[in-house]
Design a protein around this ligand. Structure first.
Ligand code: ADP
Ligand code: MG
Ligand code: MG
Length: 249
C-alpha cells in the first residue's frame, strides 16, 4: 500500500533521512518510534509534500502511484491524510467551514459530487460523536483557544470526515492526558482499523500503542529504520530505552 525505498531527504542542504526503507500493507498499523531528532516528523512532512523538504534519492509509491510526483492536494485526494504534532490555528475560519471545504475539494478532485450543507453537518455530527467532541467546538474557529487534547480530537474528527485510505499520524499522543489518549486511540481504531486502510503511527511512547495495537513496530534512528519487530519491540523500548535496544540491534 505504502512502499518507501531508500529514501533520502534534506532540509536546507542538511541530510535528515538517509536511506529509509519501509512498507505498510493494507490493514496494517505500523508504528514508528525513535529518539528526538531521528527524522520522524521529517518523514511525515516528506510524505505530505511540504515545501522545503527535498528528496535527493529513493522512491515512495502509494497504491502503485509515484507519491513524490504528486502535489500535496493530489496526495490528499488520493487518500493520504497527515496528522501533525503541532496543529495550526486558523482565526476567522470555523472548523465546519474548513472541513466542508477540505472534503469538497477532495471530492471534486476525485470527480465526486460535493456534499450539501445538510449532508455535511450530518456527517460532522456523526464523527464528532465518535470522538466525543461537542458540536459547539466544531463551530469555533479552527484550533483557536483549543486545549492540546481538543486540537487532537478535532484533528481526528477531520480524519473521520475525510475518511482517508492511509493516515500518517505524527505524535498524535503528545500532550494528551490518559482519558483523551483513550478517546483519540479509540477514534483512530474506529476510523482506520479496516482491511483496506493503513496507518503509519509515529510516537515517542508506548502508551498510545496499548490502545491502537500496532501490527509492526519500527525504530527510526538517524534517518534510517534500524530495527523492525512486533508490538513487543515497543514494550522493550519502554523498559530499556532507545540506547540499550539499539545497541543490541
Ligand atoms: P523527530 O521528529 O524524530 O524528533 P525531526 O524530523 O523533527 O525529528 O528532525 C530531524 C532533524 O532535522 C533534527 O536534527 C532537526 O534539528 C533537523 N531539522 C528539522 N527541521 C529542520 C529545519 N527546518 N532546518 C534545519 N534542520 C531541521
Ligand atoms: Mg520530536
Ligand atoms: Mg517530531
Amino acid at each position: 500500500m505504502l512502499k518507501i525505498e531508500n529514501l533520502h531527504a534534506e532540509i536546507d542542504g542538511k541530510a535528515i533521512l538517509k536511506g529509509l526503507t519501509l512498507e505498510v500493507q493494507p490493514g496494517e498499523v505500523h508504528a514508528i518510534m525513535g529518539p528526538n531528532g531521528a527524522g520522524k516528523s521529517t518523514l511525515a512532512y516528506v510524505l505530505g509534500g511540504r515545501p522545503g523538504y527535498e528528496v535527493t534519492e529513493g522512491s515512495v509509491t502509494f497504491g502503485g502511484k509515484d507519491l513524490l510526483d504528486l502535489e500535496p492536494h493530489e496526495r490528499a485526494a488520493a487518500g493520504l491524510f497527515l496528522g501533525f504534532q503541532y496543529p495550526v490555528e486558523i482565526p476567522g475560519v470555523s472548523n465546519v467551514q474548513f472541513l466542508r471545504e477540505a472534503l469538497n475539494a477532495q471530492r471534486e478532485e476525485r470527480g465526486e459530487e460535493k456534499l450539501t450543507g445538510g449532508e455535511f453537518l450530518k456527517l460532522a455530527k456523526e464523527k464528532a460523536g465518535l470522538l466525543k467532541l461537542d458540536m459547539d467546538m466544531l463551530k469555533r474557529h479552527v484550533n483557536v483557544g483549543f486545549s492540546g487534547g481538543e486540537k487532537k480530537r478535532a484533528e481526528m474528527v477531520q480524519m473521520g470526515i475525510l475518511d482517508p485510505q492511509f493516515a500518517v499520524l505524527d505524535e498524535t499522543d503528545s500532550g494528551l492526558d490518559i482519558d483523551a489518549l483513550r478517546v483519540v486511540g479509540d477514534g483512530i481504531n474506529a476510523i482506520m482499523r479496516q482491511p483496506d486502510k493503513g496507518v503509519l503511527l509515529i510516537t515517542h511512547y508506548q502508551r498510545l500503542l496499548e490502545v491502537v495495537k500496532p501490527d509492526k513496530v519500527s525504530i527510526l534512528s538517524d534517518g534510517r529504520i534500524v530495527r523492525t519487530g512486533g508490538p513487543e519491540l515497543a514494550m522493550q523500548l519502554e523498559e530499556e530505552g532507545y540506547d540499550r535496544v539499539m545497541e543490541t540491534a
